[in-house]
Design a protein around this ligand. Sequence first.
Ligand SMILES: N#Cc1c(-c2ccc3ccn(Cc4ccc(CN5CCOCC5)cc4)c3c2)n[nH]c1N
Length: 250
Amino acid sequence: MRLDVVTIFPEYLEPLNVSLVGKARTRGQLDVHVHDLRDWTYDRHNTVDDTPYGGGPGMVMKTEPWGEALDSALADGYESGARGPVMVVPTPSGRPFTQELAVELSERPWLIFTPARYEGIDRRVMDEYATRMPVYEVSIGDYVLAGGEAAVLVVTEAVARLLPGVLGNAESHRDDSFAPGEMANLLEGPVYTKPPQWRGRDIPDVLLSGHHGKIARWRRDEAFRRTARNRPDLIERCEASAFDKKDREI
Ligand SMILES: N#Cc1c(-c2ccc3ccn(Cc4ccc(CN5CCOCC5)cc4)c3c2)n[nH]c1N
């Protein structure tokens, strides 16, 4: 998978050099290119923004630098053999970024991220590129950030961990809270490791029992309890079979 990121803060994307994403890059599973939008400005102040037509607060990011930067990233990608680009636009007004969308994006060969600042990018930029590729406007949550770079880090990590061979234990993402299956839509329950006692606190006996059936049921029960407490909105989405009534009475 190729990723291109166009930003006025390339240093914000340094975390893409470490941990899971960094290792995927080193192994050649991810080809990441970060572009500084200001490289496509030609005035003394490297201007990327201007006042909004129709008035209103803040500034809007100008079309010209974005157009030149995106055309350059596309040319470079095509030159390197990449195909099937998709534009991912972080925005507070985007569709919620979910595990389902992460899976959808992980199946694409090339993502082009356009994290903006100020009040966002002149709409004509997305309209222009929507004639050439799918454009996903996404929001990573119901809170207000100062720009889209943090969202690029979030989306990239969620997508990269789904790429074949990136996660050490192939089972890991299969048990994700939001992955399909019996535990679908349930939050993870508590996890424990050695030592067996710590500050007077023991490990739940069932986890030491070696009884895989009881352990699986305990984990499902705990997941249900945590979901009911922290995300009651997910409970009705759980398949009835995942936690039927007789289990609740344990
Ligand atoms: N993903 C994601 C995000 C973002 C995000 C993503 C990208 C950009 C680019 C600029 N910003 C700042 C910004 C904040 C608020 C507003 C709305 N304005 C309406 C008029 O009154 C002032 C406020 C616009 C721009 C961004 C924020 N925030 N939260 C998420 N989950």
